[in-house]
Design a protein around this ligand. Sequence first.
Ligand code: GYE
Length: 345
Amino acid sequence: MKNRWWKRLLSVAVICVCTSGLLAGCGPFGDVTAQPDDLETSSDEEEDLIVVGFSQIGSESVWRTANSASIQKAFSRENGFFLEFNNARQKQENQIKAIRGFISQRVDYIVFSPVTEDGWETVLQEAKDAGIPVILVDRKVVVEDESLYTTWIGSDAEGEGEKAGIWLEGYLEEAEREDESINIVVLQGTPEASVQLGRTIGFESVAANHPNWRILEQKSADFTNAKGEEVMDEFIKKYQDIDVVVSQNDDMTFGALKALEANGITTGVDGDVIVVSFDAVHEALELVQHGIINVDVECNPEQGDYIVDIIRKLENGEPVRKENIVEEQVFTPENVEQYLDTRTY
Ligand code: GYE
């Protein structure tokens, strides 16, 4: 990329003006981790760093923390990057503000994980007009003009939902319960998030083949432990006979397990209620190992290196695919053991 040196200087100027308070209320980057000292362009090497502005959704889950760590590790100075990391605290308006800040800094790349699918057209057009490539990570956007972003990398959320449904099919068959009436409740993630929508559609597509599966209710618990507990408690009070809890991430599952236990309901392999979870973070895999969670559909948060690869290709003028899906699997008590030692998050 050309003119990196001038962009760096501009970045320094923007941050210095902000931090010295010359512009009242100026603070476009929220939790940006960069400090003025970090920005000193002291050597030729520094001038060559690729500047990446990254807007993360927040820190709502163990998965998200692992995803942030993966990105921070991959975009290191040793790898040739200068990372401006912004935490949007679950708010789209904060993400838009951060992206506008990155545009005015003239970063080399904008990377972000969109909290919800809609509402990105204007800011993405601004990035396009400024000639800054945008890489989407983890979640997707819905835009009419797909040229507004360069590429997306993340999980096949619909495929994950389907895997959960297919696992349940097999499990019920093996238990000779395939003809029983099966009552299901679903703890959903953040409303309008592509991952929530995908997991819902995927699971529903399998459920549609089973007239005896009754989805009693699907309700958002926002991907958090606290809300998972709260919504599960509501479900327990409302429905007498729950056979299956589908929880669209591990944090909500942890909350739900607390609510179930508090109400004297057992879960898992030998329990009253079948628990289906998503993400497969270490703590959840331990619960799979102990038979408390029946199945955990993996969602891989370690996406940092993949994004670095994509940027390297773009820097070399090589073509990149519009969609890049990370590999994922399904964990049950039968296979989980071998993965536990290597799981770092
Ligand atoms: O499942 C959840 C998180 O978008 C895939 O967001 C991600 C989801 C993940 O907070 O734990």
